[in-house]
Design a protein around this ligand. Structure first.
Ligand code: ZN
Ligand code: ZN
Length: 415
């Protein structure tokens, strides 16, 4: 057992409730979590009720149940998604409930299942819950994504440890990445998110027209639309409540121009995609579209992702993370996007966040896309950062300024 586990779990839950969700009196709280992390969910519920929550909904999931469906359900039923579940999420989001998602899965859960069925099931789920994703993407309700250690996932991250040590090692890594052992973790997080907000502010003042990435295997120009907004640290609901959508988070991010991405980019970490691993892959972009994609492993599932809809081949997020981030420094490959994306500069294929563009929430889909924002059923992050990565910001007059040098920030902000 990990030293002081109960106390640290409790601190982690406090962080999730007060910094992640920032639960307010009278609010409903929705916990979407694997049954394996129920002890964490219960601690969050305690903090939420103590903060005045009206009701805590615990929607437990079970990855073995997911696997059983792929193994035994009739093949022609994978276009079904329960309407009641979608309606519940949408209704609760519209009423301003707070949403916690505990993302902890075996990255290879579905590796032996039919990629077409996986793709179909994911697509139908995304279609049915699209309104929910839009509401959260526009910060209409507070939400946060965190992880918890589960055995199936811990086994992949620490294959060389004895089985009874794997889950403990993963909890240790999670606590470390989330600064749970700081004297006052909630205060430490407030400072950390302030610092990220300052980086974002600096970039917003600059309004670069494009970023140019250079590293081994990567030579890519990513155009940024007019009025793009860099965000980092925290979001804010229409009621003015600050929340932190990811714990941990080390990134600042905005949206790329959907038609102005050109060149080649190499992924620097494997991607856990729909229960499959995609490894050693790269893309070539022309005028914003992926025109060539190659992966040494998992190419079929990657190509299915690109074919989800017409805009899955375009980018919806560009994010900057220094190589000195605590997660990067641990040098652990987590096979979990929440952790791996905060260890590395990344891009995402698919949907852009409306809040990444001035007045983006108020725009029609057509207006948002005309302004350079992408819209798709998917949003999949992939990592491109490395110790040798340089990034230059290109100003409207064509001159350039360093943004990253050798994997680190190239500018200072007041602390
Ligand atoms: Zn990101
Ligand atoms: Zn993302």
């Amino acid at each position: 057992m990990i030293p002081d586990f109960e106390n640290r779990l409790q601190k982690y839950a406090a962080l999730i409730t007060h910094v992640g969700l920032n639960v307010q009196p009278g609010q409903e709280v929705v916990l979407r979590t694997p049954i394996d992390t129920a002890p964490l969910a219960r601690q969050v519920a305690i903090h939420a009720y103590q903060a005045g929550a009206k009701f805590v909904h615990a929607l437990y999931s079970d990855e073995q149940m997911t696997l059983i469906r792929y193994q035994h359900a009739p093949r022609d039923t994978f276009d079904y998604f329960p309407q009641w579940y979608a309606d519940a999420l949408i209704g609760l989001a519209e009423s301003g409930a707070a949403f916690l998602s505990v993302y902890a899965t075996d990255p290879e859960l579905l590796k032996d299942q039919d990629p077409e069925l996986i793709s179909l099931a994911q697509k139908v789920a995304a279609q049915k819950t699209q309104r929910f994703a839009e509401l959260l993407g526009a910060d209409q309700a507070p939400w946060t994504v965190v992880s918890g250690a589960v055995a199936s996932w811990a086994r992949r991250v620490f294959p060389d440890l004895a089985p009874d040590e794997q889950v403990d090692a993963l909890w240790e890594a999670i606590f470390k990445a989330c600064r749970v052992d700081a004297e006052d973790p909630v205060e430490a997080w407030r400072q950390h998110t302030e610092n990220l907000a300052k980086r974002a502010h600096y970039m917003n003042q600059k309004q670069y027209v494009a970023l140019k990435y250079t590293s081994e295997g990567t030579d890519l120009t990513v155009g940024l639309p007019q009025n793009h907004i860099w965000k980092g640290g925290f979001g804010q609901t229409p009621q003015g409540v600050r929340f932190t959508a990811n714990i941990p988070t080390e990134e600042i991010f905005t949206l790329p121009h959907r038609e102005r991405v050109d060149g080649v980019v190499r992924a620097t970490m494997p991607l856990n995609l729909r229960g499959n691993l995609v490894e050693n892959f790269w893309f070539r972009f022309e005028q914003g579209r992926v025109v060539e994609a190659h992966a040494e492993k998992g190419e079929a599932i990657l190509k299915q992702l690109l074919e989800t809809d017409e805009n899955a081949v375009r980018l919806g997020e560009v994010a900057l993370v220094p190589q000195s981030s605590p997660i990067a420094q641990m040098g652990i490959l987590f096979y979990n996007t929440l952790y791996d994306e905060n260890a590395s500069c990344h891009l995402a294929l698919g949907r852009a966040y409306r809040t990444s563009l001035v007045d983006g929430e108020a725009m029609t889909r057509e207006a948002f896309m005309a302004a350079g924002g992408n819209d798709s059923l998917v949003h999949v992050d992939f990592m491109i950062g490395s110790d040798d990565m340089d990034i230059d910001g290109i100003l409207p007059d064509g001159s350039t300024e360093p943004v990253f040098r050798r994997g680190e920030w190239a500018f200072e902000v007041a602390s």
